[in-house]
Design a protein around this ligand. Structure first.
Ligand SMILES: C[S@@+](CC[C@H](N)C(=O)[O-])C[C@H]1O[C@@H](n2cnc3c(N)ncnc32)[C@H](O)[C@@H]1O
Length: 273
């Protein structure tokens, strides 16, 4: 199902010059969709004049209000010439559950990476280069783990904090704006997520795989688990695989666990020795 007529879609597909417009259009459609979703709930008031189920509306109606708050953050983000823009000024992460538009959909990734299997209630989870922190937020929402997320981009962190409040898990989620290189809490985490962040396009984190693995190991309790997602261009790269062999000093793992994102990335489950 695509509401963009085929003859227009054919002209847009694959033409990079149109990508910003397509992203703007998609963000707008997302917003319109949420508006009607909110209206669908609000309309029910017509058949319940006694106010019954009014509180049921809150989640959907506040989801629409959340978009306004996020738009205000994004306006400041776009105006900040020094902030790197991953997705044409929209968040890198989206979250279907909270109606938040973004490039990569957290809900899908959470299930595809089978994260639920590796996290127990009360676990301490660290999400590095977390962007909006949505993967950790969803982990806390679904498993009641304690999540810490760190990202250098303060605007994405602000959006994450709004989403955590909206989902009522702000007490379980700590999101901090800062450089990973300056974060040194010691080996206190049960699980670390390193998703598409062992080096970054914005050049704010460029270290060797060896350095990255040592940093991740320093965050984990012995026996703790790192869940590691590659970039697309690591896949099939002999240098990357050679560096991963070196990581076996610190982590026990046996090749990659599965291909993800339509077979474009690899996911590794790595246990701290
Ligand atoms: C490709 S995105 C991946 C985001 C997230 N891990 C995911 O997979 O959805 C890389 C993220 O790393 C963040 N980042 C870049 N350099 C960083 C640094 N030195 N410290 C912390 N975060 C950083 C960026 O702001 C961006 O959100």
């Amino acid at each position: 199902m695509n509401i963009i007529p085929d003859f227009i879609a054919r002209r847009l597909v694959g033409n990079r010059a149109h990508w910003p417009k397509v992203v703007r259009l998609s963000a707008w459609l997302n917003r319109v969709g949420l508006y009607f979703l909110a209206q669908a709930r609000i309309s029910l008031r017509l058949i319940y004049p006694d106010g019954r189920y009014t509180s049921d509306h809150d989640f959907i109606v506040s989801q629409y209000a959340l978009q306004d708050k996020i738009r205000a953050v994004l306006a400041r983000y776009r105006a900040d010439g020094s902030a790197y823009k991953y997705f044409f000024g929209q968040p890198y992460q989206g979250m279907g559950m909270a109606g938040i538009f973004g490039d990569r959909l957290t809900d899908y990734r959470f299930d595809d990476y089978e994260l639920r299997r590796f996290i127990r209630s009360g676990d301490r989870v660290l999400d590095i280069g977390c962007n909006c922190g949505f993967i950790g937020i969803l982990a806390s929402y679904r498993t009641a783990c304690q999540t810490t997320g760190i990202d250098i981009n303060p605007y994405m962190i602000e959006i994450g904090q709004l989403a955590a409040e909206h989902l009522r898990v702000a007490d379980l989620v700590e999101l901090r704006a800062g450089r990973l290189q300056d974060y040194d809490p010691g080996p206190v985490f049960d699980v670390v997520f390193s998703f598409a962040t062992h080096w970054t396009d914005d050049n704010n984190y460029r270290v060797s795989i060896d350095d990255h693995m040592a940093r991740m190991a320093s965050y984990l309790k012995p026996g703790g688990m790192m869940i590691f997602e590659t970039h697309c261009n690591d896949v099939g790269n002999p240098e990357f695989y050679a560096a991963m062999e070196g990581a076996k000093r610190l982590f026990a793992f046996d090749g990659f666990h599965k291909m993800t994102d339509s077979d474009t990335r690899e996911l590794y489950l790595m246990q701290r020795r």
